[in-house]
Design a protein around this ligand. Sequence first.
Ligand code: SF4
Ligand code: FES
Length: 228
Amino acid sequence: MKRRFFIQRFSQEKGSYWQEYVIDCDPTWVVLDALEAIHKQDPSLAYRRSCRHGICGACAININGKNRLACETRVANLPEKIRIKPLPGFPVIRDLVVDLNLLYQHIETVKPYLITQTPPPEKERFQSPEDRKKLDGLYECILCGACTSACPTFWANRNFLGPTALLKACLFFMDSRDEAKTDRKAILNSHPGLWQCHSIFNCTEACPKGLNPLRAIVMLRKKILRGK
Ligand code: SF4
Ligand code: FES
């Protein structure tokens, strides 16, 4: 199964350019397999990967105009000509490797961890099955950054927290065990993010895990407006 891969490359020395590779792909391959075959031909190609199982988020790239995970995108489902670019919206370090520091800083801003003030109980902080269910659609995020990369509000304003961080903020805001709602509200009200989202929906379209960051943003807005 022959496929033509056009990869947008970048290096400090050469700048940005497109390079074509023709690869004989096995019908079972995902795009990551093809990148590995290309890398055997041309070891100068840089890309990220780790788990190969859609868990770590490292392999997020733009394939034929859509942000996707290279390890979950079947080559057989793509046309003969495949255009691959690094995730848009982030500075490119080299080839398909982007600098995600800003994404991580925004996630850190929303304090992505449980905060408690009451003394720890003897056994555990209990959460009812009903309260646990409220975290569905929030906890599954793998921090790949595909949603923030697709967000025009983030492209226009680098201080905008972006859908990845806002989804994470919603996860801890919704967690019945968390005891820092006032602090979390203050953070969300004082940073560009929650109230600057224009509901463009690109984040939801881009998420390779089928999550809906816009829904999380709307949920957070409702909670804060209702004072809950
Ligand atoms: S919400 Fe989806 S697209 Fe955004 S970082 Fe999480 S897994 Fe990736
Ligand atoms: S390599 Fe981990 S998600 Fe693709």
